[in-house]
Design a protein around this ligand. Sequence first.
Ligand SMILES: O=C(O)CCC(=O)C(=O)O
Length: 307
Amino acid sequence: MLKTETDAKTTVLVYHPGPFSCLRWRVWIPGLDSGSVFVIRAAPCERFFMTFTTDSVITAEHRKQYQEEGYFILESVIPPEHLQILRESCDRLIDVMHGEMDRLKTDHLHISHRGSRYHIAKQYQQAPRLSEYVFSPLMADVCRATVGPDAWLFYEQYVAKCAEKGLPFSWHQDSGYLGFAHRPYVTIWAAVDEMTLENGTAYVLPWSTVGIRTLVEHVRNPETGDKVGYFGSEPGVPAVVPAGSLVVFSSLTFHRSGPNTTDRMRRAYVTQYSAEPIRRPDSGELMHLADPFLQDGNRIIGPEAAT
Ligand SMILES: O=C(O)CCC(=O)C(=O)O
């Protein structure tokens, strides 16, 4: 089968082995979440082209930008139902964290501070329906275009900055937080609220601007606890985007975020997927999560998994 792909269109040259003529085939294309049912007409032993479209939001230009610059942005792509799930899950997980803070009689848990900023990591199973987003066709689409046909959920977290309080984050590569060499993975930063310069959106530093696309040593900022990997003066590209947008970047791409100076909370939800489970080199112990997601391009988890 000869296959050519353009943005959201695939053409395949098919040989119908016969002997029966066929008016209607139902075809399943591995790695596609939709667009796989169509009608063809073919005489026995005939060669023919079939063209079908997928509903992929990722274009050849996005793939090129990821390869060359380490990121791309998809505006307003999260389905409304999933955006609602992301908002309700964030509220719920903040409530759960407040409960834990009350139990421990503290206002600080790890790097979360009551009423200021919350980092809620690896809790997606505590929020009903959040996994529908985490393992959605949209996430599968992004993973296939970035880490490839096999993917594991490596990490996920909410980053919520409260009104007029949320601190900025320093320039870092996500890989800089691991502390050992590993295969780069993808970060998918979702705008749960509209993102502006004022409410502390994320900024990315294109690879061609910074001239670095390998892991650099990071230094811990003693005041904030952040790890910092870039000290230059480049401002980066701000993601000024509507709620429901995604910023997709490599774990080797520098990014930062500003303070929230508005009177409303600013919520982002970050999921990270790797092409293999990531293990500590010394002990072989799994780092964070290794929840299977894609195998040979097909979703193997989630309510609507193809297999
Ligand atoms: O949402 C933010 O403020 C940035 C989050 C971030 O940089 C990260 O999770 O690595």
